[in-house]
Design a binder for this molecule. Sequence first.
Ligand code: PNS
Length: 166
Amino acid sequence: MKKIAVYPGSFDPVTRGHLDIVHRASRLFDRVIVAVLSNPAKKCTFSVAERLGMLEECVRGMPGVEVDAMPGLLVDYLRKRDSHIIIRGLRAVSDLDYEFQMAAVNRQLHPKVETVFLMPDDRYTYLSSTIVKSVASFGASLDHYLPAPAARMLRRKYRIRRKSAR
Ligand code: PNS
């Protein structure tokens, strides 16, 4: 039986840290579905279509990886996609509280679900979409943090001219 894992998130925008996790997961599972949160109640910088678009560009050529929108509950999405594996990246101890809470709730909602935590490369330990957006708003270079499609879209969103790293 094929092992299908779902990597859910806001990806607002997708960072190099997220892609590092996708890459690691793709070596462990037959199929990895990057599930983009589609929740009108959560205010995001990018629309669902924009986030899907940038992710699709980034994972093109990665075997076994697909991108999809995830409306509603994660466990319902897992059922729909015949998966019981959730992938989450764990950067530092500060992530633990939130991640354990989500893993526990998901397990209560769907007892067969397992959350698999993957540690990104050291370079991405302190990287988050929120920090990148803050840095971007001051016009700093985004190349270290974001893959090209996301950097391009964020610059466009904030109407900033391209700055090269250093
Ligand atoms: O990248 P994020 O914002 O930390 O991802 C959070 C996400 C999308 C994984 C989480 O909010 C989620 O699963 N939302 C769907 C609704 C849901 O299932 N909630 C119950 C589990 S917390």
